[in-house]
Design a protein around this ligand. Structure first.
Ligand code: CP3
Length: 354
């Protein structure tokens, strides 16, 4: 029987799923598992349906998005689906000239470097991303009791692409703006917070059961800089979507020193990479939040026994947590054997069955 939530009708089965229970820190029948980048190049069926279609084009085709999002659910029996899209989709949708280059990542034609450039970042409306609403409607019907995770890039990670003009190892242009023109930087991140929150709200209204904010590159920042120059914008995103009552996950890479602050930004669940053990991460985040993580994605190249030993270690260090969602510490690498992922899901489920 459906229950009415703030804006959409969600089934009790989704609300009672192990994934949402773990997000809410309730007892679970087994530890839920999903993988960042579970849809994508590790799957032959993905490579087949994507043949000849550009990454951004594929994100705008609801039927293709639905098929790609469902592929890892069918194959691996993960406990949640993640909406197939990319963090730069909302920027493309408001007219920023950018592309995703294979093997490179997002490339922005005219980087955002000045106050005049800020004017190009207009508000996002639901009409700009009507294909997202359509795809999520199709998806939630197909998914049944499996929850769908919506996502967006966090203001800092989006700003890193916009200011650099593409992927960077050092973020020198972005950081130069942050240190050298803090007023412009704050306004840029605030604009991105509004766009990001609007994009997440579209996904929640369409039926996403949880949302994840990817601040993948926040680990490049010292805690004091994160607190002063980044946290306010991410906190604004979490505040703006709080009213919908769906769990909010906050993830970054190399963020061991930032875990407490990333929790403070307002998330319900904090994502942990493989560099910090789950019990230590729990101490850094503090009480009242679930944790997600944190198997090193390269372990999947090491053979079944090694995968199980390292997965066991994750489960053991997470055993005292109030809510644990098993995941990798970062995304599935494209050359990963998909069978290793299927076996890992089964291993976590059988090891944790209560
Ligand atoms: O299954 C899922 O997790 C959903 C799909 C997803 C994609 N991008 C699809 C994608 C998600 C969650 C993202 C988020 C994303 N995009 C992040 C944050 C997550 C992270 O990995 O830290 C970032 C930093 C990006 C930017 C981006 N987009 C990069 C670095 C790349 C890789 C470039 C490459 O070719 O190696 C992309 C492209 C992209 N996004 C691909 C996919 C499946 C690969 C392109 C393809 O399959 O043709």
């Amino acid at each position: 029987t459906p229950t009415t939530t703030s804006d959409t009708v969600k089934s009790d089965a989704v609300e009672d799923s192990a994934f949402l229970k773990a997000c809410r820190r309730e007892p679970v029948p087994h530890t839920p598992v999903w993988f960042m980048r579970q849809a994508g190049r590790s799957l032959p069926e993905y490579r087949k349906v994507r043949e000849g279609i550009g990454m951004l084009d594929s994100c705008m085709r609801p039927e293709l998005v639905t098929e790609i999002t469902l592929q890892p659910v069918r194959r691996h029996h993960v406990d949640a689906a993640i909406y197939f899209s990319d963090i730069v989709v909302p920027l493309k949708a408001i007219g920023i000239d950018l592309d995703i280059k294979p093997g490179v990542g997002p490339v922005v034609e005219q980087p955002v470097r000045t106050r005049a450039d800020l004017a190009r970042l207009r508000d996002l409306t639901p009409e700009d991303v009507s294909y997202v609403t359509e795809a999520i409607g199709m998806l939630t019907r197909e998914l049944g009791s499996t929850p769908l995770i919506g996502f967006a890039g966090a203001p800092f990670t989006l700003a890193s692409y916009l200011v650099e003009g593409g992927p960077s190892r050092t973020y020198e242009n972005a950081k130069a703006m942050m240190y050298g023109d803090p007023g412009l930087w704050a306004d840029l991140l605030d604009r991105l917070a509004d766009i990001t929150a609007a994009f997440l709200e579209v996904q929640i209204r369409a039926g996403a059961a949880a949302v994840q904010l990817f601040d993948s590159w926040a680990g490049a920042l010292a805690p004091s800089d994160y607190r002063r120059s980044v946290l306010p914008a991410s906190a604004k995103v979490f505040r703006k979507v709080a009213g919908h009552g769906v769990p909010r996950i906050h993830f970054g890479v190399g963020t061991g020193e930032l875990l407490g602050l990333m929790g403070e930004a307002g998330a319900d669940v904090v994502g942990v990479d493989w560099r910090v053990p789950m019990d230590e991460a729990a101490r850094r985040v503090g009480p009242g939040k679930a944790l997600q993580g944190n198997l090193d994605p390269t372990v999947l190249f090491a053979g079944r026994e090694a995968v199980e030993t390292k997965a066991r270690e994750v489960l053991d260090t997470a055993a005292g947590l109030e809510g644990h969602i098993f995941n990798l510490g970062h995304g599935v690498m494209p050359s990963t054997d998909p069978d290793a992922l299927t076996r890992l899901v089964e291993y976590v489920h059988t090891q944790t069955a209560r």
